[in-house]
Design a protein around this ligand. Structure first.
Ligand SMILES: Cc1ncc(CN)c(N)n1
Length: 218
C-alpha cells in the first residue's frame, strides 16, 4: 500500500467533517456571507505568504534536484497564482489595510514553518501535503455540486482548486511524498502520517475559525 493511501485512510473522518462544515457548505451553495469570505481571504493571504516560505525552506532541504525544483515551483505558485485569486476578490470585497493573523492562522502557519525548518524533510513534506490535497478534494467536491447552484459568487475560488493546473501540482506533490516515504523507515513513515493528520486538523480549524471570524481574546 502506498504511503499516500495510508495517509488518506487516516484522515477520512476529518475530511468528512471538512466537506460538511458550515463554511464549505455555504461556499458550495454560494450563500456564505461576504463578511466571512473576506475574513477568510485576508487570513488566507497571510497564510499563503508563510506557506510559500515553508515550501521554499523545504525546497532547499531536499536532496533530489527534481524535487528541489518542484518545491520551488510550488512556492512561487502559492505566492503568484493563488495570490492573484485573492487580489481579484479584494477588488470586489475591499482590501483590508493590514492583515493580522488570527490565533488559528498563526498556529497553522507556525506549525508549517517549524516543521519545514526543524523536522526531517520527509515529515515537512507530509505536513504541507494537506494544503495541496485537501484543497483539491474540497475544490472537486464543491465543483461537482455546482449544477444546481446559480451564479455562485465564489466561482473563481472553486475553479482554481478544481482546475487542471492545481491538479498537476497536487499529483506531483503526492508522487514526491510517496518517493520519500518509500526510502524511509517505518518510524519515519509514521511520523509523516502524524504530521499529515495534524495539518489536516489545522485545515479544518482554519475554515472553522474563518466562519467564526475568530478574534484574539485579549
Ligand atoms: C489554509 C489554506 N490551505 C491550503 C490552501 C491551498 N493552497 C490555501 N489557499 N489555504
Amino acid at each position: 500500500m502506498k504511503w499516500t493511501e495510508k495517509a488518506w485512510d487516516r484522515i477520512v473522518p476529518i475530511y468528512e467533517q471538512i466537506i460538511t462544515m458550515p463554511f464549505n457548505q455555504e461556499l458550495l451553495q454560494g450563500s456564505l456571507s461576504k463578511e466571512r469570505f473576506k475574513f477568510y481571504m485576508a487570513q488566507d493571504a497571510y497564510y499563503l505568504g508563510e506557506f510559500g516560505k515553508a515550501l521554499s525552506t523545504i525546497s532547499g532541504r531536499l536532496r533530489d534536484l527534481d524535487q528541489v525544483l518542484a518545491f520551488s515551483q510550488f512556492a512561487s505558485g502559492a505566492i503568484v497564482v493563488e495570490r492573484a485569486l485573492h487580489e481579484g476578490y479584494f477588488k470586489t470585497l475591499g482590501i483590508p489595510d493590514q492583515i493580522n493573523p488570527s490565533p488559528t492562522c498563526l498556529l497553522y502557519t507556525n506549525y508549517l514553518l517549524s516543521k519545514s525548518a526543524y523536522s526531517n524533510v520527509e515529515v515537512a513534506v507530509a505536513a504541507v501535503l494537506p494544503c495541496f490535497w485537501i484543497y483539491k478534494k474540497v475544490g472537486d467536491h464543491i465543483y461537482s455540486q455546482q449544477e444546481t447552484v446559480k451564479d455562485n459568487p465564489y466561482k473563481n475560488w472553486i475553479d482554481t482548486y478544481a482546475g487542471e493546473d492545481f491538479a498537476k501540482s497536487v499529483q506531483h506533490a503526492l508522487e514526491i511524498a510517496d518517493q520519500l516515504a518509500s526510502q524511509s523507515s517505518e518510524k519515519l513513515q509514521e511520523e509523516m502520517l502524524e504530521a499529515f493528520e495534524m495539518a489536516t486538523r489545522l485545515e479544518w480549524m482554519f475554515w472553522d475559525s474563518a466562519y467564526k471570524m475568530e478574534k484574539w481574546s485579549i
